[in-house]
Design a binder for this molecule. Structure first.
Ligand SMILES: NC(=O)c1ccc[n+]([C@@H]2O[C@H](COP(=O)([O-])OP(=O)(O)OC[C@H]3O[C@@H](n4cnc5c(N)ncnc54)[C@H](O)[C@@H]3O)[C@@H](O)[C@H]2O)c1
Length: 218
């Protein structure tokens, strides 16, 4: 059994992760950390093999630092912080950070990356619920980073949305639109559970993107 603690357990994503871990036959939910629950990340690390972090841009790095230092692996979904800082953290815990754990979003990024090598120009429109703290989204920033050329990003924040992205590519007399929609937060759970199962065996750390676990050439 993999012992899993969740940081941000009272949040929208964290609560969904707690349900998914509870429903997984090979995992045990050993801790729920969240200021809303009066439980700190330090309190839950002693009983965990893996910490899953879905918190805030201003707290994720400290949580990862605590986990790595305690030899606990970290699966991180929080977006909007400087991933480069993870590499210098002392400790034995391995880290996988993914801006998007939905398989369809990973495929969208891959197809957009390939199309950008051939088509003349591209822009990204990302649309999220209006409680999201960061803009542009981590998914859009990562997509633009992977694509060829300068790719502008437009951010929409409205109630009623969950997580959506359109990559529009243009060339002579034509456009190509690649769109992904997460209509429910359960869309992220197969990817999160896969990362929890695999993070401890990563050959290097940190690893960015779920694609590293899905494609041999990533
Ligand atoms: N990677 C992905 O696939 C993916 C998908 C959706 C959302 N996200 C990201 O996940 C993060 C969380 O999103 P959300 O909608 O669940 O937010 P949310 O505001 O609903 O939940 C965040 C929770 O973190 C808690 N928290 C704050 N500081 C903490 C700390 N130091 N330790 C533990 N918990 C702490 C808050 O009390 C809150 O309950 C955001 O950064 C969002 O962009 C990533």
């Amino acid at each position: 059994m993999i012992r899993v603690a969740v940081a941000g357990a009272a949040g929208r994503m964290g609560a969904t992760v707690c349900d998914a871990v509870t429903g997984a036959e090979d995992m045990e939910l050993t801790g729920r950390a969240d200021p809303e629950l009066g439980v700190s990340v330090d309190d839950v690390l002693g009983d965990a093999d893996v910490l899953v972090d879905f918190t805030r841009p201003d707290t994720a790095l400290e949580n990862i630092r605590l986990a790595v230092g305690a030899g606990v692996h970290a699966v991180v979904g929080t977006t909007g912080f400087d991933i480069a800082e993870i590499a210098a953290m002392p400790g034995d815990g391995k880290v996988l950070v993914a801006p998007n754990f939905a398989i369809g979003a990973v495929l969208m990024m891959r197809f957009a990356t390939e199309a950008s090598r051939i088509m003349a120009k591209a822009e990204i429109i990302e649309l999220h619920h209006d409680r999201k703290l960061d803009a542009p989204s981590g998914t859009a920033a990562r997509t633009a980073e992977l694509m060829q050329g300068d790719v502008p990003i437009h951010s929409v924040r409205l109630p009623g949305l969950v997580a959506h992205q359109e990559v529009i590519l243009g060339d002579v007399g034509q456009t190509l639109t690649i769109r992904h929609d997460s209509t429910d937060r359960t869309s992220f759970m197969p990817g999160v559970l896969l990362a929890v199962r695999r993070v401890g065996t990563l050959p290097s750390s940190p690893v960015v993107g779920l694609e590293a676990l899905l494609f041999d050439d990533a």
